[in-house]
Design a protein around this ligand. Structure first.
Ligand code: BGC
Length: 359
């Protein structure tokens, strides 16, 4: 009787924790900082799809920018018996504790897109962020080799923001040293928030009397904020503005002419790669993929880094749209209302598109 009761308690415990001892399905934990920025929804969907194709189940948790929440979500996933953890950290330094906790439970950790610093991380899957920054700056200096630039960097808590800065400065520094490019504003935006970029841009425009030629915005969301501030001064479309992510709203602004470019990153490829690696790790298979090494302060982390690409209105059809990343009708939906002539001439570009451009 006592044994029966104990057994019953154990099975109830398993049911509560979602671990049916007979269920051999591999479980992967996906810890996400946020779903606020459009891209992360795409990452989540592609990651879950690929894991399921490979026979694994994904348990997703979103921390909404809160480090303590992410830590307790990690503990919770470990208790639920995940065999691998994939983490998109809010704070690359604070999340080192997640790696420690996972390793104590014999679970390997992959940092997805954003590096986890000072930890014994097992793998990093991302898109070359230094390359993203360099491409943004290269695009601007080609078109505006002299002028007043505003730089809006991402979250200081995200290592990607620092890597972007590194790539941007590699390109800009010689122009700054020559005195051709003058940096009239240079700030980091908490949590990559568009509203922070709006404020930074409004203050900068006031301070320099609207004398701005180019805005080096590190992502699309913040480009949206900066463009709102430019529009308030009737400058939208007159100032070059960069971005990153190929968000729908950014692609629409590129079509309309208020944003100049974005960086298109194949999120499907990134998510699929991470899913494949996570499932292999969960099965205890060795890593066979070719990796490079990225230092995180504690070790050189084996890393898979994919290649980003610059997109503007001229190659949007042949890249983002031809790949099916954004839908043509959605991207050009707003154009006809803003600029009917441009909407008509876009029909001509469309007819030229046959197949996706190789990256
Ligand atoms: C990602 C960007 C994204 C930003 C804000 C970065 O770590 O690489 O693609 O725009 O976070 O979410």
């Amino acid at each position: 009787m006592r044994i029966n009761r104990t057994l019953a308690a154990i099975s109830i415990g398993f049911l509560l924790l979602g671990c049916n001892p007979k269920d051999k399905t591999i479980k992967i934990g996906l810890l996400m900082d946020t779903l606020q920025t459009e891209r992360w929804q795409h990452d989540r969907d592609a990651f879950v799809k690929r894991c399921e194709e490979l026979g694994a189940k994904v348990l997703v948790q979103v921390a909404n920018g809160n480090d303590a929440t992410m830590n307790s979500q990690a503990e919770n996933l470990l208790t639920q018996g995940v065999s691998a953890l994939v983490v998109i950290p809010h704070n690359g330094t604070a999340s080192a504790t997640i790696v420690e906790a996972a390793h104590k439970a014999n679970v390997k950790v992959i940092a997805y897109d954003r590096l986890i610093m000072n930890s014994d991380l097992d793998l990093y899957v991302s898109i070359d962020a230094v390359g993203v920054g360099a491409r943004q700056a290269e695009y601007l200096v080609k078109r505006m080799p002299k002028g007043n630039y505003v730089i809006i960097e991402g979250a200081p808590t995200d290592n990607n923001a620092a890597l972007l800065r590194q790539g941007q400065m590699q390109v800009l520094q010689p122009y700054i040293d020559k005195g051709d490019i003058k940096i009239v504003g240079d700030q980091w935006a908490k949590d990559w928030l568009p509203v922070e970029a709006l404020k930074i841009m409004e203050n900068t425009l006031t301070r320099v009397g609207n004398k701005v030629d180019a805005v080096l915005s590190s992502n699309d969301g913040m480009a949206g904020g900066a463009i709102q501030a430019l529009a308030e001064q009737k400058l939208a479309g007159k100032v070059l503005v960069t971005g990153q992510d190929a968000d729908l709203a950014a692609c629409q602004r590129i079509a309309e002419g208020t944003q100049t470019m974005t960086i298109y990153k194949s999120l499907t490829e990134e998510a699929y790669k991470a899913a494949e690696m996570a499932v292999a790790m969960a099965k205890g298979e060795p890593l066979t993929e070719k990796t490079s090494m990225v230092p995180n302060g504690k070790k050189d982390v084996p890393s898979i880094l994919l290649v980003p690409m610059s997109v503007d209105k001229d190659n949007m059809m042949a890249t983002i749209i031809a790949d099916g990343f954004q839908k043509k009708d959605e991207v050009y939906k707003t154009l006809a209302a803003v600029n009917p002539e441009a909407a008509e001439s876009k029909e001509a570009i469309e007819s030229k598109v046959t197949e996706p451009v190789k990256k």
